[in-house]
Every structure is written in structure tokens, then in C-alpha cells.
Design a protein around this ligand. Structure first.
Ligand code: SF4
Length: 239
């Protein structure tokens, strides 16, 4: 049975995008296939998983890694009244086989960098919500920028919004985001998503001018419901 190295399991509320404020369990996977310049998440494999046994207590137990899907399912299912279970990271699609075997009472909400289409195929029928990023990174951080965008578009096609699954796109915008690339990729995925979220990066010294975001929003509104929503959980010190 597939095991995974999980850095933390805790209960909180979603801090980003259209489901902001909904109560969720968070399962944070270790490891990532990208190296974003604004990444604020430790992605290293850890020996122990920090588990918040009592939801909202901010008190954590150390549970030895790696973990079986059944164990993580038990941890998550101990939290009552969840809207959904956020699979986050790192990059959760690196653990697609683990996710295939994960059974939770609440529906699964995938937060992904959308660059691993073969993995996305393996779990598409298990996922009820897709918060899919388009990572528009400086080209110096990507081995093959064209392939990166092709894979992104393919992931959105595989995980697209259906009657059984919501899929929306989130783009973190920094002052260095190659804005000209956004239009091409949004045009290619607009038929697959329910909305587009432009999220100004949280780090103050990397933030774009507000006018730049408003201009982008205006240019997309004809094609897709486009909203500007910053990260909210950090505003009130929530996990
Ligand atoms: S995809 Fe997410 S976890 Fe991975 S480097 Fe980028 S921001 Fe960090």
C-alpha cells in the first residue's frame, strides 16, 4: 500500500479563493516539483507529521512518517462538520496513488500547481473541488517554459469543472509576473474553469501595483468570472 510523507494535518478555514472561510481539514504533503520564487511553504520531507488532534487547539502531536491513507483518513474524519478536506503541499499530485486510496467523510479539495497531468488523471474522479494554480514564473526558474504551460493546460482539461466537480483557477500575481503570458493561458483554459482568481502575492516587497490587477481583471471579464482575492488567513493570524 502506498504511503506518504505528510508534514501536517490540522483543522482551519480556507484562506484563499471562492471558498474562503469554509471549514476544512488540511493535509499538507511534502515535496514539490517546482521552485516558485514566492513560495512560503516548507516542502522538505519530515520525519514526523504534526497532527492537531483537537481541532482549532493549535496543539500538535508528532506522528511518525510515512503514513498510510487509512491513518490519515482517521485523523481527518475525527474533525466534525467539515466543508471539505484540502489536499495541499508541496504538490499533492506527487502522491496521486496515496490520494486514490484516501477515504474521507468530507469531499476532497485539491490545491495543485497543475503541472503533472498523468497524476491528475489517476485521481480526477475522487476530487470534488480543484483549486488549480497557473504558475507564471520567471523563465529562469523553469527548464522548459513552453512544456510547463502545455502541461498546465492539459491538467485543467483533465480536472475541468463538471456537474460533479468545481474547478477554478488561481494566479498569484507578483510585480515580476510575465503579464503577457497570462492572457494566452487564460484563453486556453477559460472553458474548463468556473472562475479565475487573481491573488496579489502576500509578500509586500513583491506585490504588483493595484492598477495592474484591475487592468488584468477587466481584460478577462468578457471570458470568465474574474475576481481579485488576496490571502485572508494571514490577516488574522490563522494557520
Ligand atoms: S508549487 Fe507551491 S509548494 Fe511548490 S514551490 Fe511553488 S508555491 Fe511552493
Amino acid at each position: 500500500m502506498m504511503q506518504a510523507s505528510i508534514s501536517e494535518v490540522f483543522c482551519s478555514v480556507q484562506g484563499e479563493g471562492p471558498y474562503v472561510g469554509y471549514r476544512q481539514a488540511f493535509v499538507r504533503f511534502t515535496g514539490c516539483n517546482l521552485n516558485c520564487n514566492y513560495c512560503d511553504t516548507p516542502v522538505e520531507v519530515t520525519n514526523v507529521c504534526r497532527y492537531e488532534a483537537v481541532p482549532g487547539s493549535n496543539v500538535f502531536l508528532d506522528i511518525e512518517n510515512p503514513l498510510l491513507p487509512a491513518r490519515v483518513g482517521e485523523m481527518v474524519n475525527s474533525y466534525p462538520r467539515l466543508h471539505s478536506v484540502s489536499l495541499t503541499g508541496g504538490e499533492p499530485l506527487l502522491c496521486a496513488e496515496f490520494i486514490s486510496s484516501l477515504i474521507t467523510d468530507a469531499p476532497l479539495y485539491l490545491e495543485s500547481n497543475m503541472t503533472l497531468p498523468r497524476m491528475a488523471k489517476k485521481i480526477k474522479d475522487k476530487i470534488s473541488y480543484v483549486s488549480g494554480d497557473v504558475k507564471l514564473l520567471p523563465h529562469s526558474l523553469l527548464e522548459d517554459p513552453e512544456l510547463h504551460l502545455d502541461r498546465t493546460i492539459e491538467c485543467f482539461r483533465i480536472l475541468k469543472a463538471t456537474k460533479a466537480r468545481d474547478c477554478f483557477c488561481k494566479i498569484v500575481v507578483t510585480k515580476d509576473t510575465p503579464v503577457d503570458e497570462i492572457e494566452g493561458v487564460v484563453g486556453a483554459i477559460s472553458g474548463y474553469i468556473s472562475s479565475l482568481i487573481l491573488q496579489p502575492v502576500t509578500q509586500k516587497d513583491m506585490q504588483p501595483e493595484p492598477g495592474c490587477l484591475l487592468k488584468l481583471q477587466k481584460s478577462f471579464l468578457n471570458d470568465v468570472n474574474t475576481r481579485i482575492i488576496p490571502q485572508t488567513h494571514k490577516m488574522w493570524g490563522c494557520l
